[in-house]
Structures are given as structure tokens and as C-alpha cells.
Ligand binder design. Structure first.
Ligand code: DO4
Ligand code: MG
Length: 284
């Protein structure tokens, strides 16, 4: 199977034929389970444990069957949470006078949080992410992404790609929503690693971009470089906001290619985090 990581732990997948749970490399199809109801659970690990206790294992799951793990949830994102992101934003916006905003937000108590996506703009593993037609400088942003319950609990983790138009963002920080939110600007997947404690906080995020059979960019960063605690990011997001079906919160990028790099149509982007799996997308 292409979707799971085959490692220990429980992973939940949204597929063309319903919800599938993987536990220690064994797959269970959870007939009749509703994705939004599962993500609204305040104890996702417990709910899945009860469901699979009465199911027979032995299912095969093809990577092509896997859908983006999102239905009615909103996707939000944190920014400038790694030192590398702070430096890259200051550099790209220096002519617009935006440099000091990024420096200040990196060390401020309140994090940068912005609305990123809905299901209609989001693709899963194997899907096609897009470059804006009016942009010439584009990068993927590989990000650990929190799956959060309506009560603000971290139910699990997935991989996110916060596709970004650096020329639009760099021209003026007020253009951020246009640089970040457009059709095909977000990828999530492959599935959800269930449980707040399930993630090895010493794990790394790795990315590889392949063009015409050659790797044109690769990078990795340890999650220990993330400046802010995931729980604190969630706490700020939930201040005066309600998420009846839960939500996703991208935690920011620690990998930014050099200024000479831009994505091209036909590139393959592969982002991996140990324990969660690999999110693979074609640039359309
Ligand atoms: O402030 C601009 C966006 C930052 C961002 O998306 C990131 O750091 O990942
Ligand atoms: Mg980002």
C-alpha cells in the first residue's frame, strides 16, 4: 500500500470508498463512519479504537484510492515560526519595507495566523497543486499540520503543503491572502497520524522536488526547530473562533529554497514526516 508509513501507531485515511484505519500496518475499513463526525470527536483515538475492535482486518488500500483528509474543516496556517522563514520573508519583502514586520512577528508573543484553505482548494496525495497564473516566483511550503477537534484538542497530525507565490507576498505583505489562497494552493495528506502523543517531536520534515527525472531541490528540518508550541498556536486560533467540525492548522515552514528557485509545471513535490507518511503532488 502506498498511503501508510507502515510504522507503529494509528493512521486514519479518507478514501473513495469511505474511512480506513491502519494500525501497525494492518488496515480496517470503517463502513458507515462519517468523516466530519470523526473529526468532531474529542477523543479520536478512543473512537477509532472502539470501531476497529469489532472489525475484521485484512484490507488492501491502494494509494490512488486516498482522498485529501478534509471535508467541512477549514485550513488555517501559522507563519514565520522557523528562523529560516523569518529570513526568507525579510529578504523577499525588503524593497516593500515589509522586512521588519516578519522580524517582529517572529519574536512577538502573538503568532501570525492566517486563513489558508477549504476542501475545494485542497488536494490529497497524488493530486495536482497549482501555481497562480499571475505569479512568477512560487514555492511549496512543507509543514507539519495539526488536526484539531472542536474543543481545541490536537487529535492528530498530517502533512501540509502551503503553496505560496513569493513575488506577490514580497511585493506587499498586505497581498498575503492572494499569495496563499487560490485554487489548488493547498495539499494535505496522505492520512492522519492519530493522537497528540503519537508524533516523535524529534522527527524531521523532508522535501524533494523532481523535475524531468532529476532532483532540483531537497531539504530537511527537525521539528525541534519549530519556535512555537503547537498547543499555543491552537490556543490563539481558538480565541473567539468556533470550528464545529474541527480544523487543520499548518505550523509554518522551516524549509525555503534559495531565491533563484521557482516551481515549474510538471514538477513533483514529495514531502515526508516520519510516522505520518509521504505527501506527493504534481504541479499543474
Ligand atoms: O508571513 C508569511 C507567510 C509565512 C508562512 O507561510 C510560513 O512561515 O510558513
Ligand atoms: Mg507557510
Amino acid at each position: 500500500m502506498g498511503g501508510g508509513s507502515g510504522e507503529g501507531g494509528v493512521r486514519l485515511f479518507r478514501t473513495q470508498t469511505g474511512c480506513v484505519v491502519e494500525r501497525d500496518g494492518v488496515y480496517f475499513r470503517v463502513d458507515g463512519a462519517n468523516w466530519d463526525s470523526l473529526l468532531a470527536s474529542e477523543d479520536l483515538a478512543g473512537a477509532l479504537g472502539e470501531l476497529i475492535a469489532v472489525l475484521t482486518p485484512g484490507l488492501e488500500l491502494e494509494a490512488a484510492e486516498i482522498l485529501a483528509p478534509i471535508s467541512r474543516q477549514e485550513v488555517w496556517a501559522a507563519g514565520v515560526t522557523y528562523y529560516r522563514s523569518r529570513g526568507a520573508r525579510m529578504e523577499e519583502s525588503k524593497d516593500a519595507g515589509g522586512g521588519s514586520f516578519y522580524d517582529r512577528v517572529y519574536s512577538a508573543e502573538r503568532p501570525e495566523l492566517f486563513f489558508k484553505s477549504t476542501a475545494s482548494r485542497t488536494v490529497g496525495t497524488g493530486g495536482v497543486v497549482r501555481i497562480r497564473a499571475d505569479s512568477k516566483w512560487n514555492v511549496p511550503e512543507p509543514e507539519l499540520t495539526l488536526v484539531v477537534s472542536p474543543g481545541g484538542r490536537i487529535s492528530g497530525y498530517t502533512i501540509g503543503n502551503d503553496m505560496s507565490s513569493r513575488d506577490i507576498e514580497g511585493e506587499n505583505p498586505l497581498y498575503l491572502p492572494q499569495a496563499k489562497v487560490y485554487s489548488g494552493s493547498c495539499a494535505l495528506g496522505p492520512g492522519i497520524l492519530v493522537g497528540e502523543e503519537a508524533l516523535d517531536r524529534a522527527a524531521e520534515i523532508a522535501i524533494e522536488i523532481e523535475r524531468a527525472g532529476s532532483v532540483v531541490f531537497s531539504g530537511r528540518v527537525a521539528l525541534t526547530e519549530l519556535k512555537r508550541e503547537p498547543r499555543v498556536l491552537v490556543e490563539y486560533l481558538f480565541r473567539d473562533n468556533v470550528f464545529p467540525e474541527g480544523c487543520f492548522l499548518m505550523t509554518g515552514t522551516g524549509i525555503v529554497p534559495d531565491s533563484s528557485f521557482t516551481l515549474a509545471s510538471g514538477d513533483w513535490i514529495r514531502i515526508s514526516i516520519e510516522g505520518i507518511g509521504v505527501l506527493e503532488n504534481l504541479v499543474g
